[in-house]
Design a protein around this ligand. Sequence first.
Ligand SMILES: Cc1ncc(COP(=O)(O)O)c(C=O)c1O
Length: 387
Amino acid sequence: MTRSLACQRDAFSLPGDHHYLNCAYMGPLPRVSEEAAVQGLRKKRFPQVVQVEDFFQPVEELKGRFARLIGAPSGDSVAIVPSVSYGIAAVTGNTELGPGRNIVVMHEQFPANVYPWRRLAEEQGGEVRVVSPRDGCRGQGWSERVLDAIDDATVAVAMGTVHWTDGTRYDLPAVRRRTLEVGAALVVDGSQSVGAAPIDVSVLAPDALICAGYKWLLGPYSVSLAYFGDRYIEGRPVEETWIARKGSEDFRRLVEYQDEYHPGAVRFDVGQRSNFALVPSLSASLALLLEWTPDAIAEYCRDLFAPVLESVPNWGVGVEEEPWRSPHLFGLRLPADVSTHEVQAAFEAHRVAVSFRGSSVRVSPNVYNTADDVAAFLAALKEGMGR
Ligand SMILES: Cc1ncc(COP(=O)(O)O)c(C=O)c1O
């Protein structure tokens, strides 16, 4: 059973007169993570305090924490990347496409997991196959279509854990089974759920899982994490960093050039991966997530917004069916007679931060939100819709 979590607003520095429901855009930095970043930056006042171990130990800690969060056996399968785009580049650099073969992606998928595949198709031939949801059925119908789109010529399925615009979930285990049947890779962008929703790579066994650090992982910008399974872990990295090579801990012997990499995913670490401010900061955020647990965070969000999701359908607002909806990230589809512009203005007037994607309102709460935020959200929506 999930242990219930109390509101964690005190762990953040959010202003009291705003209602931040936009973690899908960017997660606020917890106080401890801000402090860790400041401490790290301060080390550069007197560089002599930056020790050799500062290049390694905080990185190991961060990778270990991410591994625990996603169910990987150790941090050895985790790389520090600056962005999802970079992590996907590591994957596409180790993927052969070619005429007659295809990559499967979702309709309106976040571009970081689309452009690299398009370039691969341009360079090598082959198709990027886009799977659209069935009319009026984003949930189950969409996942069924994904399965139908995978065939013997599929090289990889590249998708999110959930859709970034409205949190629609996919049947990832079924997709994994189908990809294994045809020998295709499963490359998952977890940016919009990992941290706030449970995932276990020891069960799902994706070939890669890449997560932006600055959303649900509650980290700073420009530091992200990538898990690589056996298919890629010995692949060709994007860069040839010196720190990825065997023996790099011994700074006196760096020009005794080594052909071998450190074992594991280290080769995929970005150059200067040991960033003394960003790494401890993201690591502090992951420590909080491990303490709170993604299960309890999801439960917290579900409980908080249950009254909203029960009442808004009465106003003609469309919401995804429960099993396919994410508790931490969901879209409200406004009825045709409602002006998105007016709803947006009402949210601004009530200082409620959400995102607008087409005619949908994207709502993405987290553990710092309160019943007060929910009340402000409902008041703004009601006013904006003229109900
Ligand atoms: C699903 C998803 N992936 C990735 C990103 C960010 O990509 P990158 O780290 O390459 O900037 C976003 C940003 O909104 C996102 O929603």
